[in-house]
Design a protein around this ligand. Sequence first.
Ligand SMILES: [Ca+2]
Length: 199
Amino acid sequence: MSIPRFILFLCCAAAFPAFAAELANPSFEDPTDPDSLIDHRAAGWGSWGGWFNRETGWAPVRTGSAIMGYHHFRIGAPDSSGIYQDVQDIPAGTRCVFNIFACKDSGTQLERVEVRLETCGGSAPFALETYSPSDLKSGRWSELRVEGVAPLEGIRVVIAVFPKLKDPRNGSLKFDDARLITGGEQAHAAANNTIRERR
Ligand SMILES: [Ca+2]
């Protein structure tokens, strides 16, 4: 590493220190209620809408034995479903990278998937990436990713799925292995916050 690049690295390391903020239950292995046979929620994650459930009998699974499964074939109205998690101990100004892996059934033609960064408690996203079904592999895992700079202390990571607008709806999506990187060299390679549609 040349001296100017080394100095630049030190300056960046000082400006963007790494914080030990991690997601709870990132691989969805833990249920909210281990004693329940009907509770499909994942511990540490909030949700809205329907048919976005923790599943232990679906395949493929990327890590462990559980995933989050979006039952597109069960959706009866064009409303979104999603999961989210608040991470409190992230200072304002911290660069954040959130990613998760998704896998679709062959022929799943839903509207879109959004991965978002919001402020704690929920807000308009300060960073958003939109993925269409053609961005996702059938039967294999694709990485979905969003990055941005936290405007306030604490962030919310969000995965939102928007179904096909009209029947018939078919197929499903699987999600596994969420990850949040804050500060550090990987994260501060980011550009400014983006609200991006890939379509
Ligand atoms: Ca898992």
